[in-house]
Structure formats: structure tokens, C-alpha cells
Design a protein around this ligand. Structure first.
Ligand SMILES: C[S@@+](CC[C@H](N)C(=O)[O-])C[C@H]1O[C@@H](n2cnc3c(N)ncnc32)[C@H](O)[C@@H]1O
Length: 247
């Protein structure tokens, strides 16, 4: 069992995957839950502070609601805010997001540098989706908001993207599902392919750390071993969970 930050109502806080924009609780409550999760990362020296601009986060959320086609998503409003905030605080210059479906998870990570919620300049933000139709949907979604061309959607196996990425990787987001055989076990393959280029202090975010914990067992053992990652904390603010690890 690794370190974790668990909110008491994480089981009850469940979303309808078909209604991505539905409010699940008062905004103040959502902000407080996310702030407490950020304080936990700060306590473990994984981020330097916990401040992010709430108005920019609201603008980001509004932009996604108005501009994105999202057939379904498992990214809850708490998780969306948390991912935006972690990016706004850590300001990754480079990002690989693996298994992005329609791009909603990607923009949750990249939104602090792209579009209405932008608060810093990034260099290269890459979203990877192996399914061509889904990759095309992600491209359409990103097209209208990424006026500076800092994002790139690649349609390929994220293991290959991670292996061939030139330069340091400041943030790696894992959400690919490797089919019936591998399932979410593919996270470890992607991390291992990226590992030697993860920046010192680079963050790895792994979705489904709770509801897919069994399939992620080897991955979780790897990131919770201090020989591999300096710190790792399971953020349990909803039934999906997000393991956050720092190199
Ligand atoms: C379950 S979806 C992620 C959905 C996301 N959690 C959300 O709520 O929007 C996983 C995605 O990973 C993609 N995928 C599976 N294997 C992959 C691989 N090796 N590289 C890149 N994408 C992959 C699938 O096509 C699928 O769209």
C-alpha cells in the first residue's frame, strides 16, 4: 500500500460518463477538495506551491464545454480541476499524454498552456491516441483552441511515442488501455519507454489508480519504489483515482 490522499466521500462522488459537464457539488467544495490534494503533493515535495488561478480554471472549463465534442468521459470535475491545477503549478514545457480518446484528458493536462485557461508558455505538448477516428476527433477538438500550434496529436502506439520522443519529458499522463490482454498494464510499458528522458522533478500522472488498481499492480509497485520514482501519491478524490509520481 503506497501513500494516498483520500477524500471521505470519494465513493459517493460518482459521475455519469455521458454527462461530462454536469455539476456534482458546489464549486467551493470542489475547490477545497482539490486544494487539499495539492497540499498533499506539496507536503511530499512534489510541487513547489499550491496556488493557481481559479478564474483561468473556470475559463478553461467553459472553453472545453463550448468547443469540445466529448462522446463520454470518466474525468470528473474534481479530476479536471486537479489536473489543470497540477499543470498550472508545475508548468511542464513538454508533455506526452497517452491514450487521449477525444482529447478531453489531454486538454485537462495541457489547458494551463493552451486556450482560455493558459497561464504559461509550453514547448511541445503531445497527445497520443492509437485509434484513427478518435485521434481525428481529438485533432478537431484542439484545432479551434490551439492558435499557437503548441499541441500535436499523434495517431500511434504511445510506447513508440515515448521511446522516440526527443528531449526531456516534464510530464507524462497515462490513460491508454492496451486491450483484453494488457489492459491498463500498458502504463508500465509506456513509462519504461519514457523513463530515461523524464526530467528531474518530472511528473507522471496515471488515471484509474483506484478502479483499475489490480491491472495496474506492477505499475504501482514500480512507481512506489523509491529506487524508481522519488515520491508517489495516490490521489483518491473520485472512484477512478490518479497516481501522481515524481522522478
Ligand atoms: C479508456 S480510453 C481513455 C478515456 C479517458 N479516461 C476519458 O475519460 O476520456 C483509453 C484510450 O487509449 C487508447 N489506446 C489504447 N492503447 C493505446 C496505445 N498503445 N497508445 C495510444 N493510445 C492507446 C484507446 O484507443 C482509448 O481511446
Amino acid at each position: 500500500m503506497g501513500k494516498c490522499y483520500k477524500v471521505s466521500d470519494w465513493r459517493q462522488y460518482s459521475m455519469d460518463y455521458d454527462c461530462p459537464h454536469k455539476e456534482l457539488e458546489p464549486l467551493d467544495k470542489e475547490i477545497e477538495v482539490v486544494s487539499a490534494a495539492l497540499r498533499e503533493l506539496r507536503k511530499h515535495g512534489m510541487i513547489e506551491h499550491t496556488d493557481y488561478n481559479h478564474d483561468k480554471m473556470s475559463a478553461h472549463r467553459r472553453m472545453v464545454r463550448e468547443e469540445f465534442e466529448i462522446p463520454w468521459t470518466a474525468i470528473s470535475p474534481r479530476m479536471q480541476r486537479f489536473m489543470y491545477a497540477v499543470s498550472a503549478i508545475s508548468q511542464p514545457r513538454t508533455l506526452i499524454a497517452a491514450g487521449i480518446f477525444c482529447g478531453n484528458t489531454f486538454i485537462s493536462c495541457a489547458g494551463a498552456a493552451v486556450g482560455a485557461g493558459a497561464c504559461y508558455r509550453a514547448e511541445r505538448l503531445v497527445g497520443v491516441e492509437i485509434d484513427p477516428e478518435r485521434a481525428e476527433m481529438a485533432r478537431r477538438n484542439l484545432k479551434s483552441i490551439d492558435t499557437e500550434g503548441v499541441t500535436e496529436i499523434r495517431c500511434e502506439d504511445a510506447v513508440l511515442t515515448a521511446k522516440e520522443f526527443a528531449g526531456n519529458i516534464d510530464m507524462l499522463y497515462l490513460d491508454a488501455d492496451g486491450g483484453p490482454e494488457k489492459g491498463k498494464g500498458i502504463y508500465l510499458d509506456i513509462l519504461e519507454a519514457a523513463y530515461d528522458r523524464l526530467s528531474p522533478g518530472g511528473l507522471v500522472l496515471a488515471h484509474n489508480s483506484v478502479n483499475c488498481a489490480k491491472r495496474l499492480q506492477r505499475y504501482l509497485e514500480f512507481v512506489r519504489d523509491p529506487a524508481h520514482m522519488r515520491e508517489s501519491v495516490n490521489i483518491i478524490v473520485d472512484p477512478e483515482g490518479l497516481e501522481v509520481s515524481v522522478r
